[in-house]
Design a protein around this ligand. Structure first.
Ligand code: PLP
Length: 330
């Protein structure tokens, strides 16, 4: 039985013509840890516990220079007292950025690899070479996608439902549980875990931020292999809005207006896109009257720190100050 985290639940009221007939809230998984991305904690915890239990000396993984996964791995490895090493795509100059500075301050060792070499991150021969350089290391893929990670995320659904039950004792106006949970997905590991942890009569909507048409097939094959008594309740929505990590003016404006309305800062890569798509669906009348929707804030806020110039050039200095203030508070 996995230890659970307490997840704050926040009601959401949107200025949106069709939102009046829905109950909406946000599950603040981003609050589980001040810096490490919320969903990455659920993904990494079972992996790190496995590494410790099996006497691995290090954990090695892969990521981009602003990766939430690498950042969370560094912080959690430190907390659990295991060495972490990351192969980072790109040049040495990125070592100074906020994400990688945090990682190194937590004791993580970084190796920078060319984009060419980084492409080999899933090749068996390449991984064998890496393993022979670090014979006592546990290698985990980019994004930390693995069966252990997926199982870790099932606990997130249970923790959210438990938080609702606790709120319910204090505020009778809050329903026992949400009809729909929503989550942003990259590799889909978090979504797959959540699906297996849903309560009866609950479903998940997964919002894919990647232009990756293979995700549905991947999810189906995982869910088929791990069949439970009840059929998986989920749907997959496209929310790439132009491609991975592309922050444009409409997306930034959306995030700023969400911040204004809810006091919640979304991240630019995952949760911003999910919420924007949810609002589009509300406006299109895709939800049923009376439905209770809980959007999962999966974290990723550390990623803002590399975006000051982008934000200022798109929306001015004031926009950056608003984001900065909100980061300082969180
Ligand atoms: C990594 C990440 C995701 C996506 O998780 P997957 O398991 O790869 O689908 C969603 N939200 C945030 C904030 C993330 O950092």
């Amino acid at each position: 039985m996995q230890e659970s985290y307490s997840i704050p639940i926040q009601s959401i009221e949107l200025v949106c013509s069709k939102a009046y007939c829905l109950h909406m809230s946000m599950a603040r998984v981003d609050k589980v840890h001040t810096l490490a991305s919320g969903n990455k904690i659920y993904k990494l915890r079972p992996i790190i516990e496995y590494a410790k239990a099996n006497n691995f000396k290090q954990i090695i993984s892969f990521g981009g220079a602003y990766s939430n996964h690498i950042h969370a791995l560094a912080l959690m490895a430190k907390q659990y007292g295991i060495e972490a090493i990351a192969l980072i795509r790109g040049e040495e100059k990125y070592a100074e950025n906020p994400t990688l500075s945090d990682a190194q301050n937590a004791g993580m060792k970084l190796e920078f690899v060319s984009r060419q070499e980084y492409k080999k991150r899933d090749d068996v021969g390449y991984l064998d070479d890496l393993q022979s350089r670090y014979p006592q290391a546990l290698l985990i893929g980019e994004g930390g996608n693995s069966e252990l990670a997926i199982h870790g995320c099932a606990q997130m659904a249970r923790d959210i439902n438990k938080s609702f039950a606790q709120h319910r004792q204090r505020h009778l106006s809050i329903q026992q549980q949400s009809d729909i949970l929503t989550v942003a997905c990259g590799t889909g590991a978090t979504a797959m875990g959540l699906i297996t942890g849903l309560a009866d009569k609950q479903s998940l909507i997964a919002y894919s931020v990647l232009k990756d048409d293979s995700l549905h097939t991947k999810m189906e094959s995982f869910l088929n292999k791990n069949k439970s008594e009840k059929p998986p309740q989920y749907s997959l929505q496209k929310a790439d809005f132009g491609g991975y990590a592309k922050l444009d003016k409409p997306m930034l404006d959306f995030i700023l207006s969400w911040l204004e309305q809810t006091d919640i800062l979304l991240d630019p890569i995952y949760t911003g896109k999910m919420c924007r798509r949810v609002v589009q669906q509300i406006e299109a009348g895709d939800f049923t009257k009376g439905q209770f929707i809980t959007m999962i804030h999966s974290g990723g806020l550390q990623g803002w720190r590399g975006m000051q110039l982008r934000v200022e050039s798109l929306a001015g200095v004031d926009a950056w100050i608003k984001i900065q203030d909100s980061l300082d508070e969180s």
